[in-house]
Design a protein around this ligand. Structure first.
Ligand code: PLP
Length: 363
């Protein structure tokens, strides 16, 4: 087994989905699984969500959607990012939903389609990223409905400032979205990300798209992600000895140093050098010196630890916990980025499968 790994507790993940279901009532649930399901593993999370009866998955691009289809995930999948001409055939072949945001794009897509495509119209209500302006939306909905090659499923928008309750701009976005879409009959309408689900219940509409909340990082849900490793080396080091590249850490007295086989080559940020902490034997220790590409060192003083002992970099050990939010703050970033940086070198280990998910499709 690889000496470092990400542990995903699928039981906790399922609990998070149920918690959200309770909050959203009759609204449908679209789970964002972009960026390898926020680092949790696209395939396993997609399969687990489909098994739990989630209505739809959201990915950022064609490749993510294709990977899910190849893993036999058959529920609707919406590609959120803008699409390119060269991708249209495959979007259709793999039955992926995508959005059309101009008449020009609609005509371009129509040229490539061999069967009806399920599409959304994205309306930009204030993110200035993708989507048509509200006033253009009315005409475009008409156009798309008249073109025989599309099945227009719905309309959506995205909040720019919904991370706090009572934000005037978020309220204005919702008002503008409702104003244009109120007139559309029979279209699924959605705008709520995690912030929308938590702080703007009036934004739940027909469907919601909470990502971070589902992975356990906002009110009411709990993390299902831990980062762990096994100590790979132990040594006794004399006083006043420099440790790791550049000798950015020096021992104060004779001490014990352990090596942990995780580095920035796995996505564990070098910004944590001399700053981050880990749990060993239920106690918290600070990282000693620069984080290398594949490993780092920890001065454990006169504590004892052995090669093979478990180290927790994110998550719980005994009654101690290292939160993703603390790690992210030390890296001057947000939990979203910290999660996404973990790459495929670190295996994901899944706990608490339901019976149908025992076949091994490790990624
Ligand atoms: C990423 C994304 C979401 C999910 O955002 P969270 O903040 O993780 O809830 C929803 N909608 C769109 C369009 C997105 O790009």
């Amino acid at each position: 087994m690889h000496p470092s790994w990400i542990e995903i507790d699928l039981e906790q993940f399922r609990k998070n989905l149920w918690t959200i279901r309770k909050v959203i009532g009759k609204s449908k649930f679209c789970l964002p699984v972009k960026a390898n399901a926020y680092g949790h593993g696209l395939i396993r999370i997609g399969q687990a969500a489909a098994e739990e009866g989630i209505d739809c998955l959201a990915v950022s691009c064609l490749q993510e959607g294709v990977k899910l289809r190849e893993a036999r995930v058959s529920i609707p999948i919406l590609v959120l990012g803008a699409i390119h001409e060269s991708q249209i055939r495959d979007l259709s072949k793999y039955d992926l939903e995508f959005s059309i945001s101009s008449k020009y794009k609609a005509e371009l897509v129509a040229k490539y389609l061999e069967k009806k495509a399920r599409v959304y119209l994205e309306i930009d209500t204030g993110m200035q990223r993708t989507g048509v302006r509200p006033k253009t939306a009315i005409e475009l909905v008409d156009t798309l409905r008249k073109m025989g090659c599309f099945e227009l499923v719905g309309v959506y928008s995205h909040f720019a400032t919904s991370d706090e309750p009572d934000d005037p701009f978020a309220k204005e976005q919702l008002r503008a979205f409702k104003e244009v879409t109120d007139r559309f009959q029979g279209l699924v309408r959605h705008i709520a990300n995690s912030g929308g689900v938590l702080y703007y219940p009036e934004s739940h509409l027909d469907m919601v798209r909470p990502g971070l909340l589902a992975y356990g990082y906002k009110g009411g849900t709990l993390p299902c992600f831990s980062l762990k490793a096994k100590i790979s080396y132990f040594k006794v080091v004399e006083a006043d000895i420099g440790v790791s590249y550049g000798h950015q850490y020096r021992t104060k007295e004779q001490t014990r140093i352990v090596t942990v086989p995780v580095g920035f080559g796995d996505g564990y940020s070098r910004a944590l050098s001399n700053l981050g902490s880990v749990l060993i034997g239920g106690r918290k220790f600070q990282i000693s010196g620069t984080i290398c590409m594949d490993q780092f060192m920890v001065d454990i003083g006169d504590s004892s630890a052995y090669v093979g002992d478990e180290v927790v970099l994110i998550g719980k050990q005994g009654d101690q916990e290292i939160l993703l939010s603390e790690v992210s703050a030390l890296c001057n970033t947000v939990p979203y980025e910290t999660l996404c940086l973990f790459n495929e070198r670190i295996p994901r280990i899944y706990k608490n499968f339901t019976t149908e998910l025992t076949e091994n499709t490790e990624i």
